[in-house]
Design a binder for this molecule. Structure first.
Ligand SMILES: Cc1cc2nc3c(=O)[nH]c(=O)nc-3n(C[C@H](O)[C@H](O)[C@H](O)COP(=O)(O)OP(=O)(O)OC[C@H]3O[C@@H](n4cnc5c(N)ncnc54)[C@H](O)[C@@H]3O)c2cc1C
Length: 436
């Protein structure tokens, strides 16, 4: 087991992740290479009275640690069973590696917008991906998990097990997942990309997208982003200094151009990147930043998107807003509204949209961002039905992370399982049971 302490060579690099606004100073970090290393690390933490935290990529951090950090980035094994249409991957694998490996067999995973995000952290958070309306959440298609529990033992858990139920949505309160097995979909290509519209057209496009996406087939997963681009020379000319609306499209059908015709007619596009593409290139649809930075984010699932809500989105996040975040509205429904084959944590399936706000932490600090987000989500409160764990970013207290994420009945079951599997709170209380 390779264990690094503050001041030792490699410690800082091992602790660093994509999110730079969540300071972490663990007493030690274990650069795990295997499930055995993870087991040894958990036993070491128990002996030394340290709480255990896990990091694969640092995309989803919500709090730092002063205990023992297990870094899984070296656990990079990917196995594809093309006949069974499944993948088995180790804890440090990012979606990009699965896209490539599965793509060679004409298969695709239920990955999300960014190929840099970790498979395990994403899936244990629920996993709302580019084919979500067609196939549902990634968590609903997990076949088995290998997990090291608080006693340091490695267990394989499958449907029917309490721990299997809790981990797929409860994320990191119950153990360290060392490998995950999940279904792949028979998808080689998709029609995808985005249409970007100028500031003056944002209100029109927002309304046009709402109408257009209401009639969407399940084969279409789509979101609308409002993005305030700074006036910086490294940005492409059509975007620089503009507050744009960007409609993102991932469609599993042959008639993509016909499908998006009403959107193309809504307003003149500054940029149009829509095209048929191999699924392996699906990371280009949202083309998210790949450089580590500090950001803060939260979200709300909502039952509808009425005119009053659209006005609130424009006021707090549109062109002219005082502290505008990147705002993303995803159309839910389709398979997301139906119960999965393998029961999981019962998140609200009636919600029609999720509204997400994400702000880069600037000179005014995180307090200004929190205030701006509070105003935005306060305006949506009458229609808010819950919150999605994966889209909670940056420093949040454990009870704040969990707020609105779990239904009361599930929280009780999660709390019982926490007591059964981690009676000494080796793994942090967040997010599953912190509000209990
Ligand atoms: C640019 C970007 C794009 C994204 N796009 C999407 C998207 O399209 N759909 C979506 O649903 N989500 C998306 N997310 C959210 C993402 O799924 C979550 O932030 C996820 O938790 C990231 O997991 P990670 O392992 O990469 O990050 P990390 O920060 O390393 O881990 C995040 C959390 O997962 C836990 N975790 C990680 N590995 C393990 C393990 N082996 N065992 C137990 N717990 C573990 C950690 O304890 C931590 O709490 C996106 C995030 C970013 C920053």
């Amino acid at each position: 087991m390779n264990i690094l302490r503050p001041g030792q060579d490699g410690y800082t690099e091992e602790v660093a992740g994509f999110q730079t606004a969540v300071p972490s100073s663990p007493a030690a970090v274990v650069a795990a290479e295997s499930a055995e290393d993870v087991g040894a690390a958990v036993r070491y933490a128990a002996t030394h009275g340290l709480r255990v935290a896990v990091q694969a990529t640092g995309h989803g951090l919500t709090d730092g640690t002063d205990g023992l950090l297990i870094s899984t980035r070296r656990m990079a094994g990917v196995e594809i069973d093309a006949a069974a249409r499944t993948a088995r991957v180790e804890a440090g694998v990012r979606w990009g590696a699965v896209l490539e490996a599965a793509g060679q067999h004409g298969l695709a995973p239920l990955s999300g917008s960014s190929p840099d995000v970790g498979v395990v952290g994403y899936t244990l958070s629920g996993g709302f991906g580019l084919m979500a309306r067609r196939y549902g959440r990634a968590a609903d298609h997990v076949r088995a998990l290998d997990v090291v529990t608080a006693d340091g033992d490695l267990r394989r858990v499958e449907p029917g097990s309490d721990l299997f139920w809790a981990l797929r949505g409860g994320r990191d309160s119950f153990g360290v997942v060392t490998a995950i097995e999940f279904a792949l979909m028979p998808v080689r290509d998709l029609y995808g990309g985005s249409l970007t519209f100028d500031s003056a057209d944002v209100p029109t496009v927002l309304r046009a997208w709402r109408t257009w996406s209401a009639a969407a087939p399940d084969a279409l997963t789509t979101s609308l982003a409002m993005i305030p681009y700074p006036d910086l020379p490294m940005l492409p000319e059509p975007l620089r200094g503009r507050h744009v609306a960007q409609v993102r499209v991932a469609y599993l059908g042959e008639d993509g151009d016909d499908l998006v015709a009403p959107l193309r007619a809504a307003a003149p596009a500054l940029l149009d990147t829509l095209r048929p593409m191999p699924f392996t290139e699906s990371g280009s649809i949202a083309a998210e930043p790949r450089q580590p930075h500090g950001y803060h984010g939260t979200n709300a699932t909502v039952s509808q998107l009425n005119d009053a809500m659209l006005d609130a989105l424009l006021e707090h996040a549109g062109p002219g807003a005082a502290t505008p975040p990147v705002l993303i509205v995803d159309r839910l429904g389709g398979a997301l509204a139906r119960p999965p084959q393998t029961p999981g944590i019962d998140w609200d399936r009636s919600a029609e949209f999720v509204v997400r706000a994400l702000s880069v932490i600037g000179e005014d600090g995180v307090a200004a961002v929190r205030r701006a987000h509070a105003k935005l989500f306060g305006a949506l409160a009458p229609w808010t039905t819950g919150r999605l764990l994966p889209f909670v970013y940056g420093e949040h207290a454990p009870e704040e992370v969990a707020e609105g994420v779990f239904p009361a009945r599930d929280l009780e079951r999660l709390a019982r399982l926490k007591t059964a599997y981690d009676p000494r709170d080796t793994f942090r209380p967040a997010p599953a049971v912190a509000t209990h």
